[in-house]
Each structure stands twice: as structure tokens, then as C-alpha cells.
Design a protein around this ligand. Structure first.
Ligand code: IPM
Ligand code: MG
Length: 372
């Protein structure tokens, strides 16, 4: 098995080093190969997603991705900006199903900006469609307006669109995920629930989305389906987040709602994500970005990347026990009171990126963790 390691920019290299350390501590049989991506690849090769990096990603069984982006690249033409690397990987590898769990760890309930009672025990899953919608829809560009409010002036436009098969396949992913969560919960009569988020009251694309999701739902009588407009969903996420189970939505709404959901848990520095193709080959990345403001300081939280590696072991590499070991180790480290700055609170021990990674490794290999 081969894992492509793409650290990227900013804190990407620091957090990736910790995740690789954790993977190595598991003593499994796999090979890793590292390549440049994002701004780092642009600096070295003149392109954020060089052919060689794409070829490695294609040939690997799974991809572990850090983060890309830095303000210093903001002036480049769009096709050369670091963000194009992750968008290109999603598109070229057909990674249409993005899983973004928002889990509030018991030890971090007080790190959330919401009242503990609202977020204690939170465990929801946002499934974001990742290769369609206004992100990729053509045509797009700038031109002189021929109609609209100001004909003859400069305008810009993007295209929001979804085809039926695109909506169908992500709907299947969501219903199956809800079914699996319900089965795994141990609750009798557990009825998985899917909330499909749309803007059917205004947009043609999302009336279509709603119709197709409803059609697909006919094959999943054991799963409950509810529809919610995106503005209301944004509100309900901060009002009663635990009322959600699985949320499925388009690329754009999913981008926004998944950041909102992440913050419910206290820190985006804790949340992993998986982007899967139709064969469950996947790219795994922390939900947070490259954080250039804290890059190189050794203070970034590596846990989201470490937990992304755990997701990779579970979804793409068929190593559920190894995934459990990593996740238990992370919980043990939190219980021992170790915290990076983003999740620190009174009475816990502030540690840096490396110390956090070392502590997870120690928990995996059975060494004791120094209590706070
Ligand atoms: C994300 C990010 C990306 C997106 C950016 C970096 C292109 O915000 O993964 O959520 O918008 O999808
Ligand atoms: Mg985003």
C-alpha cells in the first residue's frame, strides 16, 4: 500500500510531520511518498499541482493532505494560486463525497463558544458534494454586460449547476452513512436521519437537488429525510446542533456550513475530513487551512491531521483497528490535559505541535503521558 503525503504550505508541513510520526508508530506495512503541493509546488515548479504530484496522487492508495495557501500568492492568476491544487485534486481524482464530522470531545466541551449543554456529546456528520455546483460550473468569467441592471458595464459571473447523477450519487452516500451510523449506535429502533440542505425557495438548481434527493430516498425507507433551507440550517446549527444527524448539501453551502459546524466543537484544529471517490479511494485532510499567521512557530494543533490519518486507515486502507488505536490515543492525550493553544483552557497544560504529536505516539506505543 502506498500513501501519498502532501504537506503543502503554512502549518501544513509541521502538522504533517506529526501525523507521519503517528502512522509510523503503528508499525503497519505501507510505503509513503512525499510531494510538493500548493504554494510550495508553485515556488519549486511554477505550478500548484505539478504533473508529478498529480501522478503520485493517482497511483497512491490514499492521500494525506496538509493545507495550502498563503497571502503572498493572492496576486497570482487564479489557475496558479495554491487553492487550485486542492480543487484540481478533487476534480481530477473524482473525489465527490466529502465527509466532515463535527464531534465535540467530552474533554473540550468548554472550548466551544456555545453553552456546554448545547454541544456536549455533539456528533454530526456533514456530507458535502465536492466536485460540482458553482465551484466548477461553466461558463464563468468576466465580460461586458449586455443586460441586467447596468448594461454596458463590466460584470463577473459563475454558474451554479448540478446534473441528476451527481445529486443521486451524493444522496446515496448520505443515506448509506445515516444507515450505518444508526446501526452502529446500539440504540434499538435507531432511525438514521438525513437533513438535505437546499435553497429550493429561490434557486432552480436546488429545487432540482431537493427533488432528486427525495427520489433517491424511496430506496431507504429505514432512514428519515428532512429538507431544510440553507439560511435556516445555519441558524439551527447554532441553536440546536444536536438535532442534526447527517447533513447532505451542495459544494458551496457545504463549504460554509462545515466551517460553522466545526466551530461548534471548540476548535477547527480538531476536525478531520475525508474526500472519497466512487471506489472509496480518498484524500484526507484537516478541515482547517494553512494558517500562515502561526506557520513555523510550532504551535499549530496537529490533531486534525492525525485524526485524518485515522480516517484514512478506516476508509481507504481497511485498517479499522489501527484507526481505533489512533483515535483512542488522541482521547488519552486530551484526558491527560495536554492542549495546544487553540484548545487551551485554565488548568490544562499548554504544549506545542511536536509535543502533542509525541504524546499521541507515546499513547499508541503504551508509554505513559505526563499529566498536567
Ligand atoms: C475547504 C476550503 C477550500 C474550499 C478552498 C481552500 C478552495 O475552504 O476545503 O473547505 O473552498 O473548498
Ligand atoms: Mg472551506
Amino acid at each position: 500500500m502506498k500513501i501519498a503525503i502532501l504537506p503543502g504550505d503554512g502549518i501544513g508541513t509541521e502538522i504533517m510531520a506529526e501525523a507521519v510520526k503517528v502512522l509510523n508508530a503503528l508499525e503497519l506495512r505501507f510505503e509513503t511518498e512525499t510531494a510538493l503541493v500548493g504554494g510550495a509546488a508553485y515556488d519549486a515548479h511554477g505550478h500548484p499541482l505539478p504533473e508529478s504530484t498529480l501522478a503520485l496522487a493517482r497511483s497512491a492508495d490514499a492521500i494525506l493532505f496538509g493545507a495550502v495557501g498563503d497571502w503572498k500568492y493572492d496576486k497570482l492568476d487564479r489557475p496558479l494560486r495554491p487553492e487550485q491544487a486542492i480543487l484540481g485534486l478533487r476534480k481530477h481524482l473524482g473525489l465527490f463525497a466529502n465527509f466532515r464530522p463535527a464531534i465535540c470531545y467530552e474533554q473540550l466541551t468548554h472550548a466551544s463558544s456555545l453553552k456546554p449543554a448545547l454541544v456536549a456529546g455533539l456528533d454530526i456528520l456533514i456530507i458535502r458534494e465536492l466536485t460540482g455546483d458553482i465551484y466548477f460550473g461553466q461558463p464563468r468569467g468576466r465580460r461586458t454586460a449586455v443586460d441586467g441592471h447596468f448594461p454596458g458595464t463590466e460584470e463577473a459571473f459563475d454558474t451554479m449547476r448540478y446534473s441528476k447523477p451527481e445529486v443521486e450519487r451524493i444522496a446515496h452516500v448520505a443515506f448509506q452513512a445515516a444507515r450505518k451510523r444508526a446501526a452502529g449506535s446500539g440504540r434499538s429502533n435507531a432511525r438514521g436521519k438525513v437533513t438535505s440542505v437546499d435553497k429550493a425557495n429561490v434557486l432552480e438548481t436546488f429545487q432540482f437537488w431537493k427533488d432528486v434527493v427525495t427520489e433517491v430516498h424511496a430506496s431507504y425507507p429505514d432512514v428519515q429525510l428532512e429538507h431544510m433551507y440553507v439560511d435556516n440550517a445555519a441558524m439551527q446549527l447554532v441553536k440546536a446542533p444536536k438535532a442534526f444527524d447527517v447533513v447532505v448539501t451542495g459544494n458551496m453551502f457545504g463549504d460554509i456550513l462545515s466551517d460553522e459546524a466545526a466551530m461548534l466543537t471548540g476548535s477547527i484544529g480538531m476536525l478531520p475530513s475525508a474526500s472519497l471517490d466512487k471506489n472509496n479511494k480518498g484524500l484526507y485532510e484537516p478541515s482547517h487551512g494553512s494558517a500562515p499567521d502561526i506557520a513555523g512557530k510550532g504551535v499549530a494543533n496537529p490533531l486534525a491531521t492525525i485524526l485524518s490519518a485515522a480516517m484514512m486507515l478506516r476508509f481507504s486502507l481497511d485498517q479499522p483497528e489501527a484507526a481505533d488505536r489512533v483515535e483512542s490515543a488522541v482521547k488519552a492525550v486530551l484526558s491527560a490535559g495536554l492542549r495546544t493553544g487553540d484548545i487551551w483552557s485554565e488548568g490544562t497544560r499548554l504544549v506545542g505541535t511536536r509535543e502533542m504529536g509525541d504524546a499521541v505516539v507515546a499513547a499508541i506505543t503504551g508509554k505513559t503521558i505526563t499529566k498536567s
